[in-house]
Design a protein around this ligand. Structure first.
Ligand code: PLP
Length: 368
């Protein structure tokens, strides 16, 4: 069976090799006579899966030794509460709002801290980001939050801001749910990164938190124990039962990512080269077309999630029906933005983008 290309924004495509390995091991992992879902999280089999997943993620993202990697639950949205519960000390937290996800983070934090809007891209309809030099950062912020890739609006930071150079000593918190492992990350600029797994890493249900050690141990008293980063860290993510299946699947994906090469590049560097090539191909086509259009400022265009519009919106249903018939799935845009959206996560091969462009060219030609 030839599988269709799945452009879903999340839960999203998983590398076929990963799915195949999981299928092969479903009933009997490593000769244990058990499937992974049936294992005790405290047994030696699962502990070995967990330890390898953590070590591979550390290698893959070049996470320094003074950061903890936590495997949690609750998704990106729960982190919008868990981060201020752990890091705000009930004081002021700064937000750079660049789309729906950081806007949600901003709203939720208000339950636990004083939120301060340091900058917002709303005036541009979230098609651009105010220059970092213009951000109104607080003197006393406990941290500064931003979303490194806005999944719905298709706005991505091509590099993270250097807060210290902006005169701000607060740690940077990033929501990297939808671009984790798609490109290298400069940990010198990050205090904490969090993300749900279901965009670029594996199945829904696992949340990854990578936190600098000095930020542990300052949670508010009302913070639930299972969401207290220090408690989770002190218990190797096993204070309560972790999402074992999600950790296993993420681990297989990390192994797959570590195996990827592009020329001399390996792992995340190889993925970045591939993701750049995929996005360039797609944006170039959109920009040269008479029918399609992307509205995002070129400096902030996401490599992962590309919203686009048909200039003739009456053709939307025909476009989607034709795409589905051509084996190109889940291209409908988010309801808040409309139009279409193609998500080009790590698991989407260049061939998928080429097939999408070929279909769009043909659709444009025949609907002229
Ligand atoms: C999908 C997404 C979320 C929400 O994740 P949940 O797992 O649904 O809580 C948060 N932030 C970003 C950037 C996302 O793409």
């Amino acid at each position: 069976m030839k599988r269709p290309f799945n452009f879903s924004a999340g839960p999203a495509a998983i590398p076929e090799e990963v799915l195949q390995q999981a299928a092969d091991e479903m009933l009997n992992w490593g000769g244990s006579g058990m499937g992974v879902m049936e294992m005790s999280h405290r047994g030696k089999e699962f502990i070995s899966i967990y330890e390898r997943a953590e070590a591979d993620l550390r290698t893959l993202l070049a996470v320094p030794a003074h950061f903890h990697i936590l495997f949690m639950q609750g998704g990106g949205l729960a982190e919008n509460a868990i981060v201020p519960l752990n890091l705000s000390k009930g004081g002021t937290v700064d937000f750079v709002v660049t789309g729906s996800w950081s806007q949600k983070s901003f709203k939720e934090a208000g339950k636990y801290a004083r939120q301060h809007l340091a900058a917002s891209g709303e005036a541009s309809g979230f098609t651009s980001v105010p220059d970092a030099a213009s951000w109104q950062l607080s003197q006393d912020a406990a941290y500064v939050h931003l979303c490194s890739n806005e999944t719905i609006h298709g706005v991505e930071f091509q590099q993270l801001p250097d807060l210290q150079a902006l005169g701000c000593d607060a740690p940077l918190v990033i929501d990297f749910s939808s671009n984790v492992a798609s490109r290298p990350l400069d940990w010198r600029r990050v205090g904490l990164a969090f993300g749900g797994a279901q965009k670029n890493i594996g199945p829904a249900g696992l949340t990854i938190v990578i936190v600098r050690d000095d930020l542990l141990g300052q949670a508010l008293d009302i913070c639930p124990s299972a969401f207290n980063y220090k408690t989770v860290a002190d218990n190797q993510s096993m204070f309560n039962t972790p999402p074992t299946w999600g950790i296993y699947m993420a681990g297989l994906t990390f192994q797959w990512l570590l195996r990827q090469t592009e020329g001399d590049l390996h792992g995340v560097d190889a993925m970045e080269a591939r993701n750049r090539a995929k996005a360039e191909l797609f944006y170039q086509y959109l920009d040269n077309s008479q029918l399609y259009l992307n509205k995002v400022d070129a400096a902030y265009r996401s490599r992962m999630n590309i919203p686009f519009f048909l200039r003739d919106e009456n053709r939307n249903d025909a476009f989607l029906a034709g795409a589905k018939a051509a084996g190109l799935l889940q291209l409908k845009g988010h309801k808040s933005v409309g139009g279409m959206r193609a998500s080009l996560y790590n698991a989407m091969p260049l061939a998928g983008v080429q097939a999408l462009v070929a279909y769009m060219q043909e659709f444009e030609r025949t609907s002229a």
